[in-house]
Design a protein around this ligand. Sequence first.
Ligand SMILES: Nc1ncnc2c1ncn2[C@@H]1O[C@H](COP(=O)(O)OP(=O)(O)O)[C@@H](O)[C@H]1O
Ligand SMILES: [Mg+2]
Length: 350
Amino acid sequence: MKRMIRRQEVVDALKQVIFFEKKDNIVDLNMIDDIDIKGNDIKITIVFPKLDDPAVGIVYNSVVKTIKQELGDDVKIDVKPVSEADKGRGPLAGVKHIIAVNAGKGGVGKSTVAANLAVSLKKLGYRVGILDADIMGPSVPIMFNVEDGQPGVYEKEGKPVMLPLENYGIKILSLGFFVKPDQALMWRGSMINNAFNQLMKDSDWGNLDFLVIDMPPGTGDIQLTLAQSYPVRGVVTVTTPQKVATADVRRAAMMYRQDKLTIPLLGIVENMAYFSPEDCPDHKYYIFGQGATEELAKELEIPILGRVPIVEKVVESGDNGKPISLEGEGVIVDVFMEIAQNVVKRVEEL
Ligand SMILES: Nc1ncnc2c1ncn2[C@@H]1O[C@H](COP(=O)(O)OP(=O)(O)O)[C@@H](O)[C@H]1O
Ligand SMILES: [Mg+2]
């Protein structure tokens, strides 16, 4: 007589399969969505944070091997990986696209680009949130005039959930709400990572089309955490035209392209690309030089999403808590709109 495979046997076998990113077995991590047994056929649906991740293949192979080992070589196993987002599971299930705004180093205008990208996406009719993950220099709360705000907290299934602040129709959270930059120096990488994870996972972002993340400059822990644990739709890289700046950017951009992290680079924003005097807007002065950004774009095989001129009012509007893209018109407002449209286009075609 043929042996009946019991569900519990399958579960016990699956408990031997470790999901290394989270250092626990896939059963206790609640990754098993469904087990369907018909005779000798076992169908298992497993939920992963994201599917384009080598961990999926590793778990897949390990499941097949372990089940055959425990239940016999004659069982037929069909493993179906699904993503948290597809299952409507996971805290960020309501967020369609996570966009990381990245730079090689500080001071190139990363936050300015992130803020104005968020505003321009909002002007295009999308639902937008912005997360300030730049712990050493959080500036998003100032740029959105919410620096004195306190995000709300409520409880869900015994766990505190954070509610983003909102201004100009954009949801906002910042590491700076919880850690002051002078304390941040004393924070260990793991603590910063925990805080970052809380902002991502234990926050109620609701339904968003785009969550724009103002990343810390360079290549650090937060970049790795983001790339490994979250379904990032793409990276927008900000640089200024200097050659040295693009060297840093290259390093930072390549990190997302390491063989394990295949996150699409959406393109480059060249900030402070040129200066035009107000009384003769046709004159462009290339103060920081010209050509290095093209070279970089060519080398990385990604487009330049836009070139943002140096405009005095950018500083003022940032300090005054209202990104310049909210202020009517001008070349720079158009450029940020063009960047947002290019981001949407790239997200659609990639
Ligand atoms: N295109 C621009 N024209 C004029 N000033 C700019 C421009 N982009 C950024 N700035 C100013 O440069 C400073 C650094 O920009 P910021 O966005 O804070 O850089 P980062 O986030 O990369 O450190 C800010 O004072 C900002 O207002
Ligand atoms: Mg910044």
